[in-house]
Design a protein around this ligand. Sequence first.
Ligand SMILES: Nc1ncnc2c1ncn2[C@@H]1O[C@H](COP(=O)(O)OP(=O)(O)O)[C@@H](O)[C@H]1O
Ligand SMILES: [Mg+2]
Length: 269
Amino acid sequence: MALIEVQALSYRYKDGTRALRGLTFHIPRGKKVAVLGPNGAGKSTMLLHLNGIYLAQEGEVRFDGELVTTKNERQVRSKVGMVFQDPDDQVFSTTVWEDVTFGPANMGLPDDEVDRRAASALHAVGMLEYKDKAPYHLSYGQKKRVAIAGVLAMNPEVISLDEPAAFLDPRGKETVFAILNNLNRQGTTIVIVTHDVDLAAEWADEIILIKDGRCLAQGGTELLTDTLLVEAAELRLPTITRLFKELGGPETQILPKTIREAVQVLSKK
Ligand SMILES: Nc1ncnc2c1ncn2[C@@H]1O[C@H](COP(=O)(O)OP(=O)(O)O)[C@@H](O)[C@H]1O
Ligand SMILES: [Mg+2]
């Protein structure tokens, strides 16, 4: 059984916008999942359903087999931590330490446990030495890491991140993904929303393609080399795949999508 199961989920905003229209997919336990799709596809709306911030209007969301409802939304929220796209929407306390202790303190944990969790979360993102700083004095990438630490301090089973690479420089991106990979190795399920097909091809175990509030396809990263599917999702093929397509070759050849796969193909020749 998948850790999260979304079945025929529909959601309409108050102004009448139908953001989700019968969305069905699942998040396998312990995997690195990348959700891709054009602007307005419903990706952010979908993420807000995974942790019970939004509840299903039609269809259902199950966490660990259990329907997410008003009865368990708080519990689900502590199990599925969400990192917003803009850390300024998430990090607003006077100090980094206050920010990261807020969640666990709010859960009613004893002080020493709150301190232990905050220190461990800040250590995991390499921000412990900044604990007494004001978040508004930090760089964008550092604030992002503090936002991640705030979520980690809740000890979630799943971490979801809305466009985690947006506005980060290459080093900042590398740092964030090193943190995510490290968490995943320790068993945390990771869900990211991204536009970056190259990143998704390199990083993900599982791909979910969303458009117009529906799931176009779910599967392995080979989905990203399916030209028709990628066009339908208004994405483009991974750079490496495009290069090999340009170079030509037998129609049946499986096109590489990462540098490693390209090297394998080339060294066989
Ligand atoms: N608060 C809101 N009120 C009304 N419409 C919204 C709101 N948030 C998003 N939408 C609309 O819902 C659709 C899906 O949006 P969103 O989930 O943000 O997509 P994505 O994250 O894939 O870009 C879009 O048409 C968007 O304009
Ligand atoms: Mg979005």
